[in-house]
Design a protein around this ligand. Structure first.
Ligand code: SF4
Length: 186
């Protein structure tokens, strides 16, 4: 079976060309905050080569329509053999989601597991841009490395964020998130 990206009403109700500039602006806001955090904390473990988050997602990607559009374009731009590998990973994850339901961690289908790097890095979702900088204990959404740093360094390691505000802005501009299995129209 070929998993086909979703093209239902919630994706077409909003004019995507109007959403791209504010989404890019949100990316830039997050990036500037991340750079500022890194500049003050050279011990921060999040960097290329660490793919712990990508291997331990609390759920399959659940993205806004604008983010899905960007992910789909990035996947479509990959070399054909790589696209085929990603497609296989998507289909395997669809089966896993159906069999196991919510609550089990999953490996992101866009991860290059050999390189420990994202295949669609420039088009990755907003949540990925804040990984390591955003911790919530609900649904095991935290990184053990960051937890160790926080335990050892206490206040120095804690950065107060505004993930809820980012999520709110994203929903307002792009519409409600679309679950992975719905996007790929299982
Ligand atoms: S989209 Fe990229 S950065 Fe985000 S979880 Fe997947 S592999 Fe990691």
């Amino acid at each position: 079976m070929i998993a086909v990206p979703y093209t239902g009403s919630s994706q077409t109700d909003i004019e995507m060309s109007n959403v791209r500039p504010p989404l890019q602006s949100l990316d830039e806001q997050v990036e500037s905050r991340v750079q500022a955090i890194r500049a003050d904390r050279d011990w921060w473990p999040c960097r290329r080569g660490c793919d712990y988050c990508c291997r331990h997602l609390a759920q399959a990607p659940n993205l806004s329509p604008a983010e899905w559009e960007r992910v789909d374009a990035a996947v479509a731009a990959l070399p054909i053999p790589i696209q085929a590998m990603v497609q296989q990973r998507i289909e395997a994850l669809l089966e896993q989601v159906v069999e196991q339901g919510p609550g089990s961690t999953v490996v992101c289908p866009y991860l290059d597991e050999q390189e420990g790097a994202c295949r669609i890095y420039d088009s990755r979702p907003l949540a990925c841009r804040t990984y390591g900088f955003f911790v919530t204990r609900d649904h095991n959404q935290y990184c053990e490395q960051i937890e160790t740093e926080v335990n050892n360094r206490r206040e120095e390691a804690i950065v107060w964020g505004n993930a809820e505000a980012i999520r709110h802005d994203l929903n307002r501009m792009s519409g409600i998130p679309i679950p992975f299995e719905q996007h790929y129209d299982h």
